[in-house]
Design a protein around this ligand. Structure first.
Ligand code: GLU
Length: 307
C-alpha cells in the first residue's frame, strides 16, 4: 500500500487553487465565539490506515470541531448499545435545517437522523446514561485515536453556545416531553456543548476518523465497531452528514463526510484513508465553501471515491 505522503503533491495543488479562489463564505455567527474566525484560513490533512499523516496550510491549527464530534459519539454509543439505538433516532435525511423543530412533532419526538442537532442530543444523552460522562468519553477517545493528549474542550466556545443555546434547549425539552431523553435536560445540554467545543486540528481529526476507513478497527488494533456498523455509519454520513446539502456533497465529492459549523469536514475513503479539511467560511447550508471545493478536487484528481 502506498503511504499518505503520496498525496502531498495533490494537497499542495489543491491549496494553491483554494488560495486563488476569492469567495470563501462567512463564518457561523450564531455562536459568537466562532464569528471572529478568518474565512481565509485553510488546512487539509490525509491520514493513511497505518497512521501516516500529511497536510497543507493550517493543518496543524486547532479549530472548533462542532458537529464533527457527532460521528464519534454515534460510534461510541452504537458500539455499546447496538441496534436498540435506532428505536430512538432514525436514519433518513431530514430535508430540514440542522436545528429544526418542526419535524419532531410530526414524528413523535424521534429525530430523523443522528447528525441533526435533535438526533445528536439523543445520542449524547444515551452515551451519557451508559458512561456517566459522555463528553469525557468522547475526549478520551479522540485523544487516543489521534495520539494527541493535548486535545481539550474550549470553555469559551462551550460558554458562548450555552449562552445562545435556546434552540438546542428547546429541542432537548421537546424530546424529553416524548420520553426520548433520559437525563435532566440541563445536564444533557452541558454535555452536548462541551462535546461541540472540542478544539482539534485537521491532522488530529483525520487520524481519529481512521476507524471508519479500517472497517471498525481502532488505532491500537482493537475493534470498536463491527464491520457492518462501520459501513452503517459511513452510509449515514453520506446521506445525512452535510446538512441538507448531502445530495450535492455526494454528487461533488462521492465520499462519506460530516461537516460542522466551525468550518471542518471529515471524509472517509473506506479501506484507504481519511481526510479532514478546515476553512471557516460557510455557505448558506452551513458547509465550508473551500472545504467542499477542496474535497471535490481531491476525489477528482485522485479518482478515489466510493463510486
Ligand atoms: N454546536 C452547534 C449547535 O448545536 C453544532 C452545529 C453544527 O456544527 O452543525 O448548534
Amino acid at each position: 500500500m502506498t503511504s499518505s505522503t503520496t498525496f502531498q503533491p495533490v494537497l499542495e495543488r489543491i491549496a494553491e487553487e483554494v488560495e486563488r479562489t476569492p469567495r470563501r463564505g462567512r463564518p457561523a455567527d450564531y455562536i459568537p465565539a466562532l464569528a471572529a474566525c478568518d474565512p481565509r484560513r485553510f488546512g487539509m490533512a490525509v491520514a493513511d490506515l497505518d497512521g501516516t499523516v500529511c497536510g497543507v496550510g493550517d493543518w496543524r491549527q486547532p479549530f472548533s470541531a462542532q458537529s464533527l464530534t457527532k460521528v464519534f459519539t454515534l460510534a461510541l454509543d452504537l458500539a455499546r448499545e447496538g441496534d436498540a439505538l435506532w428505536e430512538h433516532v432514525g436514519r433518513e435525511p431530514s430535508g430540514n435545517p440542522f436545528n429544526s423543530l418542526v419535524q419532531l412533532e410530526y414524528e413523535n419526538g424521534i429525530p430523523r437522523n443522528p447528525f441533526i442537532n435533535a438526533g445528536a442530543l439523543v445520542v449524547t444523552d444515551r452515551l451519557h446514561t451508559r458512561t456517566g460522562d459522555a463528553s469525557g468519553e468522547l475526549l478520551s477517545f479522540l485523544r487516543t485515536e489521534s495520539g494527541n493528549p493535548d486535545l481539550s474542550f474550549d470553555p469559551e466556545v462551550a460558554a458562548s453556545e450555552s449562552a445562545h443555546g435556546d434552540r438546542n434547549a428547546a429541542l432537548g425539552h421537546f424530546m424529553a416531553s416524548y420520553g426520548n431523553i433520559d437525563n435532566p435536560v440541563p445536564t444533557l445540554l452541558e454535555q452536548y456543548f462541551r462535546q461541540c467545543s472540542i478544539a482539534a486540528s485537521c491532522a488530529d481529526l483525520a487520524l481519529a476518523t481512521r476507524f471508519l476507513a479500517r472497517h471498525g478497527i481502532r488505532a491500537d488494533g482493537t475493534r470498536l465497531l463491527t464491520r457492518s456498523q462501520a459501513k452503517q455509519i459511513n452510509a449515514i454520513m453520506l446521506t445525512c452528514g452535510t446538512y441538507d446539502a448531502a445530495g450535492d456533497f455526494a454528487y461533488r465529492v462521492g465520499l462519506p463526510g460530516k461537516s460542522g459549523v466551525g468550518g471542518g469536514i471529515i471524509a472517509v475513503v473506506p479501506g484507504r484513508c481519511t481526510l479532514c479539511v478546515w476553512s471557516p467560511g460557510l455557505d448558506e447550508r452551513g458547509n465550508s465553501v473551500a472545504g467542499v471545493a477542496a474535497l471535490d478536487r481531491f476525489t477528482t484528481l485522485t479518482g478515489l471515491s466510493v463510486f
